[in-house]
Design a protein around this ligand. Structure first.
Ligand SMILES: Cc1cc2nc3c(=O)[nH]c(=O)nc-3n(C[C@H](O)[C@H](O)[C@H](O)COP(=O)(O)OP(=O)(O)OC[C@H]3O[C@@H](n4cnc5c(N)ncnc54)[C@H](O)[C@@H]3O)c2cc1C
Length: 438
């Protein structure tokens, strides 16, 4: 009898889960899904905003994939450190890299390394309860902050600003850990700025996310009108652009109110971060559209007092030893998902940080089709090693599906103590300990 194909998937975010599901669906393959974390689902757990309940519930859909026969979870194992890609390639017929793009892009301006200037990756990871988040920093620093700024005009920037702006009551039903709630509630925040070098029509945020900013309980929108005029002229999608500009304009007619203020600035580019030891100010320059729709400096410079500055200008992937990588794009070098026969990629590490969660399904399908075509063509090397022996020889505390289910149960039980559906357990040692009960 022909044995099933043995495939390793590196990363249990949506792209890894969709690829694994498709491969095991008709019994043609057995798949081991590796993740460096003890829990699965990548950015659906550690990126998607905790107050976006319906999108976060995609976790439940992904979770059902574990019920398919032929699939295993090997969590808490980092590929590139605990086990190498080359070793996986010996142990499996094929390896699919789906490890995402978790590094953030830098602004490249002076002062960026001052304390208080962080990447959205770090702040989002912290408020989602990521085990590797820098808890000490955020918990001691944030309560000292009264003015914050977020750089970028995408949905992640909007998420960051909204989470900062919301009251403890508005965040109550989320699965944020207690330390995150307490820290956010202890912030004496008065002003949050969103800074974008272009205008609202060029923003990559969706109208739905944008509208939410105008619905906050204790936070009023303050729009800097510069950039609203002639804006739609430079837009590629007139319909969306017009809608976004309309939403922004509607906030300008509102009467002033008390509470926090969320300031929107367009045509504003950060040029320096200043402060002694920690951020106290971001210096920004006004930009203007040129006749051809490009951006030019105006020379007009403003100083904004801020103690917390979040860069939200994109995520990028990093390379793994022995895997062809393009440093400029921050993605692996591939064609239709094939890096080379036997080694494939899907999701953000394949195409960069773009699209919605569902985009990863189509993307994973393309990769699986390429892999299966290589199998058909007889172009795959065959595996020789037993992965279980290799892993046990390294004394790794790998987490299985049963282990993940135990963590999942514990999070739901913890949630009931707070009158919510679930509370994220963020401590890695606790997660590992709970996983052994599974
Ligand atoms: C802040 C934020 C909010 C978002 N909100 C939305 C939203 O509301 N709606 C929407 O549709 N999309 C949203 N997205 C996009 C969505 O999350 C991505 O499209 C999707 O998660 C990408 O899937 P992926 O599997 O390629 O990567 P990821 O989800 O990043 O998964 C990668 C996995 O690989 C693991 N990994 C990394 N390195 C290793 C290693 N060396 N060894 C083993 N495992 C490793 C990681 O732990 C992770 O589990 C958001 C993204 C971010 C950053």
């Amino acid at each position: 009898m022909v044995r099933p194909l043995r495939v390793a998937v590196v990363g249990s975010g949506p792209s890894g889960m969709y690829a694994a599901s498709e491969l095991v669906s008709d019994g043609q393959a057995e798949v081991d899904v590796f993740d460096r974390l003890p829990v699965p689902f990548g950015l659906v757990r550690y990126g998607v905003a905790p107050d976006h309940f319906s999108i976060r519930s995609i976790r439940d859909t992904l979770d059902r994939i574990w019920d398919q026969p032929g699939i295993r979870f090997i969590g808490n194992v980092t590929v590139g450190t605990d086990v190498q890609v080359a070793e996986l390639r010996e142990a499996y017929d094929a390896v699919i890299l789906t490890y995402g793009a978790s590094a953030d892009r830098l602004l490249g301006i002076p002062g960026e390394s001052l304390t208080g200037c962080v990447g959205a990756t770090d702040f989002v990871a912290w408020y989602c309860g990521h085990p590797d988040a820098n808890r000490d920093f955020f918990e001691s620093y944030l309560p000292t902050v009264s003015h914050a700024a977020v750089i970028g005009l995408g949905n992640v920037a909007v998420d960051v600003a909204r989470i900062l702006a919301k009251t403890a009551e508005e965040l109550h039903a989320t699965d944020m850990p207690v330390h995150v709630r307490k820290t956010l509630a202890a912030m004496a925040l008065t002003d949050i700025h969103i800074l974008g070098r272009r205008g609202p029509a060029h923003a990559t945020w969706t109208t739905k996310e944008l509208r939410e900013l105008g619905e906050l309980e204790n936070c009023a929108m303050e729009v800097d009108p510069i950039g609203l005029e002639s804006e739609a002229a430079w837009s590629t999608d007139q319909r969306v652009a017009t809608r976004n500009v309309e939403v922004v304009r509607s906030w300008m007619d509102r009467p002033a109110s008390s509470g926090r203020k969320l300031h929107l600035h367009f045509l504003t580019r950060p040029i320096a971060v200043a402060g002694t030891n920690q951020v106290s100010m971001v210096q920004v320059e006004r930009t203007a559209f040129t006749q051809s729709g490009g951006l030019a400096s105006t020379g007009e410079v403003l100083d904004l007092p801020v103690e917390f500055l979040v860069r939200s200008i994109g995520y990028r992937g990093t390379g793994l030893p022995g895997v062809a990588f393009n440093d400029d794009s921050g993605t692996v070098v591939q064609n239709e998902g094939r890096i080379e026969p036997g080694l494939y990629a899907a999701g953000w590490i394949k195409r960069g940080p773009s699209g919605i969660i569902g985009t990863n399904k189509k993307d994973a399908s393309e990769t699986v089709a390429t892999l299966l075509a290589d199998v058909q063509a007889g172009g795959l090397p065959t595996s020789t090693n037993e992965i279980d022996e290799l892993l046990s020889s390294r004394n790794l505390e790998a987490v299985t599906i049963a282990g993940w289910r135990a963590i999942d149960r514990a999070e739901r039980e913890l949630g009931t103590q707070f009158g919510i559906d679930r509370m994220t357990i963020s401590d890695r040692a606790s997660m590992i300990e709970i996983s052994t009960l599974g």
